[in-house]
Design a protein around this ligand. Structure first.
Ligand code: DC
Length: 227
């Protein structure tokens, strides 16, 4: 637990370890964890299911506006849900992964999700991870972390996560580089480093080392706020 209430923004490219770090930091500090990438994935999954054309920004914006995100896991755990149901495993499928950058590039979708993200975090200490959390969604967050790692290590981690063979490393590196480029070069809220963010290169670091580092920074912020 921290001696102060804090919002923590964690941004960075795919495979930098944001979700694992953010989840573990939130658990250690008694904060809520919000995976904003899962929200972009959930909208992409729903659009595919309902056959909303992924080229129709207005229809996707309407679909997003009409989607209700909520907190509700078993035994009151703060797990993210959509339209009253837990998020399906299919939000991590190859099909969704390959289309989500396109859906996330539309301001019509982003403005709706941004508002929902702020609502979900309102009034409580929250750790949010994504691409534009420190820059756009929570620009006033007391602690902003930008996590990164070499492309090779990020691709290796993703293969391990998916249980896939390391011979697929070149393809995975290529796919990730493509997604990084899309996320960083889009017109609206591109992946970028907030001016006052702490950059942590996680290449060669274990999950617990990164978690400890973030917690150390969080404590420093609380200490400086108490001065
Ligand atoms: O972190 P992830 O791979 O689950 O994110 C899925 C996609 O959503 C990714 O291509 C970037 C996009 N995204 C975004 O644009 N803004 C966020 N705050 C979070 C994710």
């Amino acid at each position: 637990m921290l001696p102060c209430q804090l919002n923590i923004a964690i941004d960075g490219p795919a495979g930098a370890g944001k979700s694992s770090v953010a989840r573990a930091v939130a658990q250690a500090l008694g904060l809520i964890y919000l995976d904003t990438g899962a929200m972009y994935r959930a909208i992409t999954w729903k659009a595919l299911k309902l056959q909303v054309p992924l080229t129709d920004a207005n229809a996707l914006g309407e679909l997003t506006a009409g989607s209700e995100f909520c907190w509700g896991g078993p035994n009151g755990a703060p797990e993210l849900c959509m339209d009253g149901e837990p998020l399906p495993a299919a939000i991590r499928s190859q099909e969704v992964t390959s289309q989500v950058s396109l859906v996330a590039s539309y301001e019509e979708v982003r403005k709706e999700l941004r508002q929902k993200q702020r609502e979900l975090g309102k009034g409580r200490g929250v750790v949010m991870d994504g691409r534009d959390i420190g820059t756009v969604v929570m620009p006033a967050a007391a602690l902003k972390i930008f996590l990164t790692a070499s492309l090779e290590e990020r691709a290796e981690r993703r293969l391990k996560e998916l249980g896939q063979d390391s011979s697929l490393l070149p393809q995975m590196m290529q796919a990730m580089a493509r997604r990084d480029h899309k996320d960083a070069s889009r017109q609206h809220s591109p992946l970028s480093i907030a001016p006052n963010a702490t950059i942590i290169d996680t290449t060669g670091l274990s999950l617990s080392q990164v978690v400890d580092l973030v917690i150390w920074h969080a404590r420093q912020v609380c200490l400086s706020e108490g001065e």
